[in-house]
Write a protein that binds this ligand. Structure first.
Ligand code: HEC
Ligand code: HEC
Length: 464
């Protein structure tokens, strides 16, 4: 309860300040300005092809809705992953697999959130920036549960193969509803599922472990090709230690217990190998090499100390930048430091058994690698800025903006999405930067540059 109250107090303090451009002068929360994330030893020897195979056909969610529940409702050919067998006729975001008791079930897979189209092509590893969590998920969970009860008896093997997923779907449904279109509540999804798991053996328990804050905080989805450069995962660098256990996080939605988890985590060694090989997509339009060469010099002078160097000499410094320095919306970083998930995680199976992963939250954000940055609009951890030009010229950042969600139109001049400026929130898909946690402030490092320097810099960013 104390945690909960502090979170509310701290969040409301920041929300009250969210219209100003800076953190209040008298308020100094960090004694550090920049933290380096140390490297942790990772598992090697995985097989990349086997890793991808597991991600698209594997049983890492553990349980799900029986395929027979849907009848023959799915008959779309999967033209993205070109899967075979039972998955050939499911959309690429869904995977059918055999649950431990032999029943064929279906769940979402990693590419529900980690694949997206840019310039008409679906790219694995690119964050899905168009998912819609701004809807009533509890109603959906109740409907599925009711349908299941009507169709199967509680002692049937179908019900057994669904039961875990049913529990966690119900637990997380009210927590993943957002008040902004396009942002992703994965952190809260994990928080809600772990809340009902016994920390030692991960089995389901009726009583929650901690209290969750009510505010529907959510983020953008980072591109997965950067994992190979990072020492710590997630926007705030909270994910430390062994990556296979961190990668497997989404499985808390349906895996039965630590025995099943141990089995799945072994496969994630191969997933990690796939991520090590995953390359960003190349910029598909012409590049002015002369401008790009000038931009490289500007980048190395103004940006490299945080974002690293690219090309012949690749370096990446793995830095977390304190909120006072980066000045972007602080809510997400604060939220994670106050969440009950941190203590739970660090005393759970994840942190207590080998290979160990753990959570170390910070009041700051990682300066991410910028490989393939041309493809991953919108920008910042909360996806509040639609293109890189306005990231580098803060006076151009729109307060309310929307993009055509049926067909995203790419903007090669400003790098990012073509968008409409709106005077107020006009429709569901308007991005509203006045909402708590979604402010577009901070990262003012491009403001001091001349217009020509920004243009050259943008050209350079297309090359990396
Ligand atoms: C419900 C959507 C969703 C699903 C499903 C999902 N993720 Fe994520 N993932 C996210 C979001 C959102 C983040 C960013 C969270 C943050 O940084 O705080 C993220 C972060 C990550 C990161 C960290 C990247 C970085 O640069 O730090 C990795 C790695 C990752 N996910 C892998 C996976 C894998 C593997 C799966 C499937 C087992 C998966 N995710 C399933 C939404 C999802
Ligand atoms: C003091 C360190 C620092 C400097 C200097 C810096 N950045 Fe950043 N940058 C960050 C951090 C931290 C973030 C993440 C902030 C967030 O998401 O809230 C970021 C985010 C970004 C992003 C968005 C990434 C994404 O995936 O959304 C881009 C693009 C970017 N920076 C480009 C630049 C360029 C170009 C320069 C040089 C003009 C620069 N940065 C200078 C720390 C820095």
């Amino acid at each position: 309860m104390r945690r909960f109250v502090t979170t509310i107090l701290v969040l409301s303090f920041f929300f009250a300040c969210s219209t100003i451009n800076d953190l209040p002068k008298h308020y100094s929360i960090n004694e550090w300005k920049v933290k380096k994330i140390p490297s942790y030893s990772q598992q090697t020897g995985g097989d990349a092809a086997q890793g991808l195979e597991y991600l698209i056909n594997g049983d890492y969610i553990g349980s799900g809705v029986p395929l027979t529940f849907y009848g023959d409702r799915f008959s779309v050919r999967d033209t993205v992953l070109n899967r075979k067998g039972v998955n050939a006729n499911l959309p690429y975001v869904l995977t059918a697999f055999t649950a431990a008791n032999g029943v064929e079930v279906m769940s979402g897979n990693c590419f529900t959130c980690h694949a997206a189209a840019v310039n008409g092509q679906t790219i694995l590893g690119l964050g899905n920036h168009l998912s819609d969590y701004d809807k009533n998920w509890s109603q959906l969970a109740s409907l599925v549960n009711l349908g299941m009860k009507l169709k199967y008896r509680k002692d049937s093997k179908e019900w057994k193969a669904y039961e875990d997923f049913g529990h966690y779907f119900k637990a997380m449904a009210p927590t993943i509803e957002t008040n902004q279109f396009g942002v992703n509540p994965a952190f809260r999804l994990a928080e809600a599922c772990m809340n009902y798991r016994n920390p030692s053996d991960l089995s389901y328990q009726e009583e929650p472990n901690y209290e969750m804050t009510a505010y529907p905080i959510a983020t953008d989805v980072p591109p997965l090709w950067n994992v190979k450069k990072k020492n710590g995962l997630y926007y705030n660098g909270i994910g430390r230690g062994d990556f296979t256990k961190l990668l497997f996080q989404a499985s808390v939605l349906g895996i039965s217990d630590s025995t099943a988890a141990r089995h799945a985590v072994q496969q994630f060694k191969h997933v990690l190998a796939w991520l090590e090989e995953l390359e960003p997509p190349r910029y598909p339009f012409p590049i002015d090499q002369e401008k790009a060469a000038k931009g490289k010099i500007i980048f190395e002078k103004n940006c490299s100390k945080c974002h690293g160097t690219y090309g012949e000499e690749e370096t990446y410094p793995n830095k977390i930048i304190a909120l006072e320095v980066i000045k972007t919306d602080p809510s997400y970083a604060i939220y994670a430091t106050e969440s009950g998930i941190v203590d739970w995680y660090n005393k759970s199976w994840f942190a207590q058994t080998s290979p160990k992963s753990f959570f170390e939250p910070s009041l700051g954000y990682i300066a991410p690698p910028l490989d393939g940055i041309w493809a991953s609009a919108p920008y910042l951890h909360n996806g509040s800025v639609p293109n890189i030009y306005s990231l580098l010229n803060s006076s151009h950042r729109p307060k309310y903006w929307s993009r055509n969600i049926d067909q995203i139109i790419y903007d090669p001049i400003n790098i990012g999405w073509i968008y409409n400026i709106e005077k107020k929130k006009k429709s569901k898909t308007t991005y509203d930067t006045t909402l708590p946690a979604y402010s577009n402030r901070g990262h003012y490092f491009g403001d001091k540059l001349s217009e020509q320097a920004r243009i050259d810099l943008l050209e350079y960013l297309k090359t990396i």
